[in-house]
Design a protein around this ligand. Structure first.
Ligand SMILES: NC(=O)c1ccc[n+]([C@@H]2O[C@H](COP(=O)([O-])OP(=O)(O)OC[C@H]3O[C@@H](n4cnc5c(N)ncnc54)[C@H](O)[C@@H]3O)[C@@H](O)[C@H]2O)c1
Length: 248
């Protein structure tokens, strides 16, 4: 059953959105899934959906910016599934504002989840990948890493994530661990569609998107699946932009 048969995959922020669809797709391809999310209800529902459709998933409540939570996430993963093969660092969010109005709290929270969270998950998962001399780490960045007005915090975090990806790729290559990133453009998740300003945002982004449509979660998941699979075994330290040709 599927390319990921018997692999164990941790997907952070997989209670909803791109992470949830990634977890479902990996499960469909045979992987055992750890749904890790800071929102308990969504984590439980997401894992239950996978199990109900014949997959194998457990839910773990974890704030990726919290070291103790991440250590616990890895411990529970190992006690349930014995190993870990794939780590998708997907948890992230925006708190936009112009610099003069950006609170320190909004700066810290975005950097803590998007960047420090990825550092912590990689730090505590990679020893088990090093031990077995194989592993796939996929970090979900954003084309905002190129710089976006009102997103000093998010652009910095995602640019940091690209640097982190490249550093980790070099550091972990000798253990046959691939580390890559996916940088989506604006992607039509359910949460995005519910935003009051959704239509306005969509119209603005479409004007600067050469392929003339917004991304779908499936578009992003396709790139993640490639980087998590053996098909990308000679690719490391790279960034796949899934943005319809829109850069910045
Ligand atoms: N949707 C887009 O347009 C878009 C574009 C570019 C990049 N991205 C990136 O893709 C990733 C997924 O985004 P999405 O659109 O699916 O968002 P989403 O808000 O639908 O899902 C994000 C999930 O992460 C969880 N999460 C947030 N903080 C967390 C934390 N500290 N610890 C654990 N879980 C946490 C949330 O509870 C949520 O379930 C993010 O990293 C985001 O920055 C999204």
């Amino acid at each position: 059953m599927g390319e990921f048969k018997d692999r164990v995959a941790i997907v952070t922020g997989s209670g909803r959105g791109i992470g949830k669809l990634t977890a479902q797709q990996l499960a469909l391809e045979g992987a055992k899934i750890v749904v890790a999310d800071v929102i308990e209800e969504n984590a439980i529902k997401s894992a239950a959906d996978i199990n109900e459709s014949g997959g194998n998933a457990i839910a773990i409540v974890a704030d990726v910016s919290n070291e103790i939570d991440v250590m616990n996430m890895v411990e529970v993963t190992l006690s349930n599934y014995k190993t870990v093969d794939v780590l998708i660092n997907n948890a992230g969010f925006t708190r936009d504002n112009l610099i003069e109005n950006m609170s320190v709290q909004n700066w810290d929270s975005v950097l803590d989840t998007c960047l420090k969270g990825t550092f912590l998950c990689t730090k505590y998962v990679s020893p088990y990948m090093i031990e077995k001399k194989s592993g796939k780490i996929v970090n979900i960045a954003s084309i905002s890493y190129l710089g976006n007005m009102g997103q000093a915090n998010y652009s910095s975090a995602k640019a940091g994530l690209v640097g982190f990806t490249k550093a980790m790729a070099k550091e972990l290559a000798r253990h046959s661990i691939n580390v890559n990133a996916v940088a989506p453009g604006l992607t039509e998740t359910e949460a995005l569609k519910r935003l009051p300003k959704y239509e306005m945002i969509k119209e603005r982004v479409l004007k600067s998107t050469p392929l003339r449509r917004l991304g779908k979660p499936e578009d992003v998941v396709n790139a993640i699946m490639f980087l998590a699979s053996e098909k990308s075994s000679y690719v490391t330290g790279d960034v796949i932009h899934v943005s319809g040709g829109r850069f910045g």
